[in-house]
Design a protein around this ligand. Structure first.
Ligand SMILES: Nc1nc2c(ncn2[C@@H]2O[C@H](COP(=O)(O)OP(=O)(O)OP(=O)(O)O)[C@@H](O)[C@H]2O)c(=O)[nH]1
Length: 353
């Protein structure tokens, strides 16, 4: 935009030259045009080389405005009667700083514009070259008023921008807080309070998603795990001790599974485990490891003679129904219980294994 404005100003300069409103020679008009082009090429070079990035304002707004104001005053020196109609270019040049410059810097640029134009007139007055001193005084006053008004307008715009920025920061902070609360809420909804594991509802959601993403030839391992004689623990040691045993199981199970495995409390003293991309061997190994680790666990402050669990295992294949797979696992768990507990039984049949 700045280059286009300079181009426009050059077009006006040459219009003035051909309309005999330019008081200098053609060579002088060529020199002025050259100066404008060189200044623009210099800025282009700064931008292309990335040198501008060293400054706080990489657009170099203030420098561009000051150079344009100086060039404009320099060219105005060769205008007499048409000078007044070109005064508006001071305002156009300063318009580029309205959104970018701090009010203090903007006023500095406006003052520079007025100082340049007033100095030009004073110099011409001193040299006795002012054709109409009254008109020159009127032009100086008009420019002063216009610049003062523009400076006020610029500070108003800056204040407005500052307020909008603050509001946008506040909005951002509110959004962050809301997002954090949403995350907490989601965690609460998905977590079992006692054990810190996922709850049944969240497990079913995750398992369904895993099942949907299951490609041909791949399988997930699924196991239902039930703590043995848990009622007895409650009856003998109390409900609080039972709770501690459940928490102990959760801690032991967490240590036994890998990242990406899904472990959840299915309800009461029953848990469910989903091992993505696992075959029968890996699932069996994992459940056996878990069974042995739980048998060796010592819940804090509870003297339980022996801890054990039973597990029912199955595999999930592409197109499998989650409810049907859970039923298969449940039947295997039932067999494990009937087989004497403290064991893992499997229902691979019907699982595509
Ligand atoms: N402490 C505690 N007990 C619970 C909780 N949820 C369920 N229970 C108890 O878990 C016990 C489950 O008992 P049962 O279903 O008979 O199972 P079990 O005694 O483990 O017997 P088997 O599963 O056949 O080995 C019940 O007494 C429930 O009250 C809980 O959050 N905390």
């Amino acid at each position: 935009m700045a280059a286009a404005t300079h181009g426009l100003a050059l077009a006006l300069l040459w219009l003035a030259v051909f309309s005999d409103l330019f008081s200098g020679q053609i060579a002088w008009a060529l020199f002025c045009s050259g100066l404008v082009i060189v200044s623009q090429l210099s800025f282009l070079l700064l931008f292309r080389t990335g040198y501008n990035l060293r400054f706080r304002d990489p657009s170099l707004t203030e420098a561009q405005i000051l150079v344009a104001l100086a060039l404009h005053t320099f060219v105005l020196a060769s205008f007499d009667s048409a000078r007044g109609s070109l005064l508006m270019f001071y305002l156009i040049i300063l318009l580029f700083g309205i959104f970018q410059l701090q009010p203090r810097v903007f006023v500095r640029c406006a003052f520079f514009a007025f100082f340049a134009f007033a100095s030009l007139n004073l110099w011409e007055g001193y040299e006795m070259r002012l054709a109409d001193p009254g008109l020159a005084l009127l032009q100086c006053c008009a420019l002063f008023l216009a610049l003062a008004w523009q400076s006020l307008f610029a500070s108003y715009i800056q204040a407005l921008r500052q307020r909008m920025r603050q509001r946008s920061f506040a909005l951002q902070a509110h959004q962050d807080t809301l997002r954090g609360m949403m995350r907490q809420l989601e965690d609460l909804v998905a977590t079992d309070e006692l054990t810190g594991l996922f709850n049944r509802r969240h497990f079913l959601r995750l398992a369904l998603r895993e099942l949907e993403n299951l490609g041909p030839g791949r399988q997930h391992g699924l196991a239902l795990i039930d703590l043995d004689y848990f009622k007895r623990i409650n009856d003998v040691h109390g409900h609080a001790a039972g709770d501690r045993v459940l928490q102990t199981f959760a801690a032991v199970a967490r240590a036994c599974v890998r990242d990406g495995d899904v472990l959840a409390r299915y309800g009461g003293e029953e848990f469910v485990l989903l091992l993505p991309n696992a075959d029968a061997d890996r699932l069996t190994t994992c459940c056996e490891r878990l069974r042995e680790a739980f048998a060796a666990a010592e819940p804090l402050g509870v003297q339980v003679a022996s801890l054990s669990l039973s597990a029912g295992m199955t595999l999930l294949s592409e197109g499998d129904d989650l409810d049907v797979a859970l039923q298969r696992a449940d039947q295997a768990l039932y067999r494990a219980k009937r087989g004497g507990r403290n064991r893992c039984d499997a229902a691979w049949e019907g699982a595509g294994a």
